[in-house]
Design a protein around this ligand. Structure first.
Ligand code: URA
Length: 227
């Protein structure tokens, strides 16, 4: 691949910026300074920028414990984003797999593999997502049954798909849904006359939030197979 492409992908610099640092002699490839921006290099070469090694991103898959108060976006003019929490050399390549509301906490998957995130989020794949909701009122058996069967959300065509609902002590409920409409969980509880006061995502597909991952902490995923 071209050296300017390599530097741009490895650092997140725009191609024009990468070309400048190359022309200035700041880039070494396998020990040799390369100043011609169109030079082809082996992607496995040892590349240094200002004496520090830089590498191509490859595929990255992360689990983040999203704290409340940060937005699930890559950039936001007014708020701190979840990517501000990710101190990773290839942070510039990452995107969020399915957003959580600003006040929702819990499991957020983050990647630079667009195909993987598309498969996880595609409505066709019905990937389960489990949330722990803290409610304004105790959830009645009748309301839980309505949620399991499907409820009509304002402005949506049909009923929500069948959900799994568990009534828990302390006005909490665990709900698993297989779709991802805007504010879906909050709107589902509102549709049965309740209100979500706190929402925490515990699981997406086969990934369960690590119990020892504190809010704001993240780790790389080992197995990224989607079952
Ligand atoms: N449903 C919601 O209402 N909010 C979220 O953040 C996620 C699912």
């Amino acid at each position: 691949m071209r050296i300017d492409q390599f530097v741009s992908q490895a650092t997140g610099m725009p191609r024009s910026e990468a070309q400048k640092v190359i022309r200035r002699g700041q880039v070494l490839v396998d020990g040799n300074i390369i100043t011609k921006t169109s030079t082809h290099i082996d992607p496995a070469a040892v590349v240094l920028l200002d004496d520090a090694p830089i590498t191509l991103p490859g595929n990255i898959y992360l689990m983040l414990h999203k704290p409340a108060g940060v937005v699930s976006a890559t950039e936001d003019p007014a708020h701190r984003t979840v990517l501000d929490l990710i101190d990773h050399p290839h942070r510039h390549t990452l995107h969020v797999v399915g957003r959580l509301d600003k006040d929702t906490t819990g499991l957020l998957l983050i990647t630079n593999d667009g195909e993987w995130s598309h498969r996880l989020m595609s409505p066709k794949h019905h990937v389960p997502k489990t949330y722990l909701a803290t409610l304004a009122e105790p959830l009645t058996q009748a309301a839980a049954q309505q949620l399991r069967a499907g409820v009509q959300l304002h402005g949506e065509k049909g009923l929500t798909r069948p959900a799994e609902v568990e009534i828990l002590p302390a006005q909490q409920a665990r709900i698993t849904i297989r779709e991802g409409k805007y504010h879906q969980v909050k709107r589902m509880f509102a549709a049965v006359g309740n209100r979500v006061e706190g929402l925490h995502r515990e699981r997406v597909g086969d990934w369960v939030l690590d119990a020892d991952l504190q809010p704001g902490e993240w780790r790389e995923l080992m197995d990224v197979h989607i079952s």
